[in-house]
Ligand binder design. Structure first.
Ligand code: GMT
Length: 377
């Protein structure tokens, strides 16, 4: 198939999933065309069957905001027409599903039909999408997509609760590539971070409010009182300044390291003992899955799709959002019992294996075939 993929080319999970999916499909022989405003972060090297088309929203003194949606729609029309694409797969509903619909209509007027698959990722439904300034367009464009997928059962449920959706939403869970995410030996690195054999806790995110990174620090504060430990905070975002202040207030600056954005997250996971994800909302929790693939158990909230990934009492523990005491209690329980920690690490890997790309990629291929066979003009 010749498939167009539209996504946010940033460090966010939806862009990561879209890029990894495209790379996986290209390895299967499909021709994949990424159409975005920047080169997706995980699209680093030349690869056969991968093409990249950059969208440039021209500026003009009249515009306060360059009209990205219009530029994207025009680029989609161009690429679909001249590359003769079979299908367009857009990730994150806003604005991609609406823009795809516009491109589809323009092409239809010229006699070319291209079905659109929209994948819902999370905040495009649970946070931003629900906002009244976007909601009517989100609902309309989901209903006008030829196929709709969601990355968890929870997200499918929330979509149907929040919007009047006529389409059947197909759940295809996020996935992990074990060629990259697996336990590797980085003992020298561990010694540098924790020279006295301290336990290492880790959190990775884009440091937005929804991630509740302050809870990670409060959990760590309680853990540190009981267990010699260090905390690695990986990523960056709007909350970072407040978090640095919080570290200073509680006097734990020497124990907490802000590492900023990192490409080789798997190397940090390789030296970590416990992953913390206290999010207020999380449709899936790709970062938790990456940790589990590297044999790191997870202490998380029970928000959204997290219980579909992190199994309470097996691969880690789940607590209510904001219940820092419960998260800290579970963390201390695990970190103070080496046998239990080892068992949870193995369970984490076993559960992550269910989300191996080798099982999930064929689900997308079958879904594309189904949409190509059933979509109506
Ligand atoms: O809302 C975000 O955090 C951004 C979004 C993204 O596009 O990066 O993340 C969502 O999609 C990921 C990939 O499907 C999921 O693993 C995340 O759980 C989800 N984030 C939220 O629901 C908060």
């Amino acid at each position: 198939m010749k498939i167009g993929i539209v996504c946010y080319p940033t460090y966010g999970g939806s862009g990561v999933v879209a890029t990894e999916l495209g790379l996986g499909l290209a390895k299967q022989g499909h021709k994949i065309h990424f159409i975005t405003y920047g080169r997706p972060a995980r699209l680093k090297h030349f690869q056969e069957n991968i093409f990249y088309h950059e969208v440039n929203a021209e500026d003009y003194p009249l515009f306060e905001y360059p009209p990205y949606d219009t530029a994207l729609a025009s680029k989609l029309v161009d690429v679909i027409k001249y590359e003769n694409l079979d299908l367009l797969h857009v990730h994150y509903a806003i604005p991609h599903a609406a823009v795809a619909y516009m491109a589809k209509k323009i092409l239809l007027a010229e006699g070319k039909y291209v079905p659109v698959v929209t994948t819902l990722h999370g905040t495009d439904i649970t946070l931003v999408g629900k906002n009244k300034s976007f909601a009517p367009v989100v609902a309309f464009s989901i209903n006008k997509s030829d196929g709709v997928t969601a990355v968890s059962d929870s997200l499918k449920k929330q979509t149907n609760e929040n919007f009047d959706i006529k389409n059947e939403i197909k759940v295809i869970h996020n996935f992990i590539d074990f060629d990259r995410f697996r336990k590797i030996n980085k003992d020298h690195f561990k010694k540098a971070i924790a020279p006295n054999g301290e336990k290492i806790l880790v959190h990775t995110s884009n440091f937005r409010k929804v991630k509740r990174v302050q809870d990670v620090i409060h959990v760590f504060k309680q853990v540190f009182k009981e267990i010699p430990s260090k905390l690695l905070l990986v990523g960056d975002g709007p909350e970072r300044r407040n978090l640095e202040e919080l570290c200073r207030e509680i006097g734990l600056c020497d124990e907490i390291r802000f590492l900023g954005k990192q490409d080789a997250v798997e190397e940090l996971l390789a030296v970590s003992d416990l992953f913390i994800m206290p999010s207020a909302n999380e449709s899936f929790g790709l970062a938790a899955l990456e940790a589990m693939a590297c044999e790191v158990p997870v202490i998380s909230s029970n928000a959204g799709g997290l219980p579909e990934v992190n199994i309470h009492g097996e691969t880690g523990f789940l607590s209510d959002v904001g219940d820092v005491d419960s998260m800290a209690k579970h963390a201390i329980q695990l970190l103070s019992n080496d046998e239990m920690l080892k068992k949870f690490s193995k369970n984490a890997l076993n559960n992550a294996e269910k989300f191996d790309i080798k099982y999930i990629l064929p689900q997308y291929e079958q879904y594309y075939e189904h949409i190509l066979a059933t979509a109506v003009y």
